[in-house]
Design a protein around this ligand. Structure first.
Ligand code: DC
Length: 239
């Protein structure tokens, strides 16, 4: 596929926790020469800041003040061939994946001021187009006019197992039950919050990856990209 600036598109990937959004987003970004933005990492970094600085996030004034002191940046790590999240100049890519952050992130991501702060930065990142961004509200709120919107889903048990394997590598004390409870809690809060709840955009294409390999999911998504490029997409115009 051509990646000349003029025909670069915006691809959004939303869906439940741990259903493979970031894997697909990375695959697509590599294949297309696009930038991958993990919007969840931004909410995780903000959560880390609030926890470390004992911010009372029920107090709107304190939240606003804290957000003024937060600088988020994605910096590309050539060795790892991926971007990493920096919070006020510190690489926090690893620490934001911790359970301590996972336990609070949905609560903090539900705060309007936090969302306004993150969404404004996400939209700036999309100005140059040629991006794949994953999250919960990317196709509905951040880029409602994106050319390709994907909504990912996978069976609950499969999601829990995938997440467990990932976390167990870092922390062998973690239990399957803990992981399951955390996923259920996050899905509940993410889809029931007042501001920008997790929803499938009307014009999003659903990708259930419960029983397909990463290669198959990439093939499916790339076919959608090609359809859009050739103007044959069945996806309605988003003008
Ligand atoms: O994608 P993730 O699991 O790293 O996201 C962490 C949390 O951040 C998730 O529970 C919900 C929230 N989130 C959000 O509310 N909106 C986004 N666009 C991305 C993530």
């Amino acid at each position: 596929m051509s990646t000349s600036k003029s025909n670069k598109i915006i691809i959004t990937i939303d869906g439940w926790s741990s259903c493979g959004k970031s894997t697909l987003a990375r695959q697509l970004a590599r294949k297309l020469g696009y930038v991958y933005i993990d919007s969840g990492a931004m909410y995780r970094a903000i959560t880390l800041y609030f926890l470390r600085n004992h911010i009372d996030w029920t107090n709107k004034k304190l939240v606003e003040k804290a957000l003024n002191d937060i600088e988020l940046e994605f910096i590309f790590n050539e060795k790892l061939d991926q971007s990493e999240m920096f919070l006020n100049g510190e690489n926090v890519e690893y620490v934001i994946r911790d359970m301590v952050v996972a336990e609070k992130v949905s609560e903090i991501a539900a705060i309007k001021e936090v969302r306004d702060f993150a969404v404004a930065q996400q939209r700036k990142m999309g100005k140059a187009r040629g991006i794949v961004m994953d999250g919960r509200d990317i196709g509905t709120v951040v880029f409602p006019k994106a050319e390709l919107k994907i909504f990912m889903t996978a069976d609950n048990a499969i999601r829990v197992e995938r997440r467990f394997k990932e976390l167990f590598e870092k922390n062998p004390n973690i239990t399957l039950e803990e992981v399951q409870n955390n996923l259920e809690m996050r899905d509940y809060i993410d889809s029931n919050r007042e501001v920008s709840p997790l929803r499938k955009a009307k014009d999003a294409l659903v990708l259930d990856n419960s029983n397909i390999t990463p290669e198959e999911q990439l093939k499916k998504a790339m076919n959608w990209v090609k359809e859009i490029e050739s103007g044959k997409s069945k996806v309605e115009s988003r003008k």
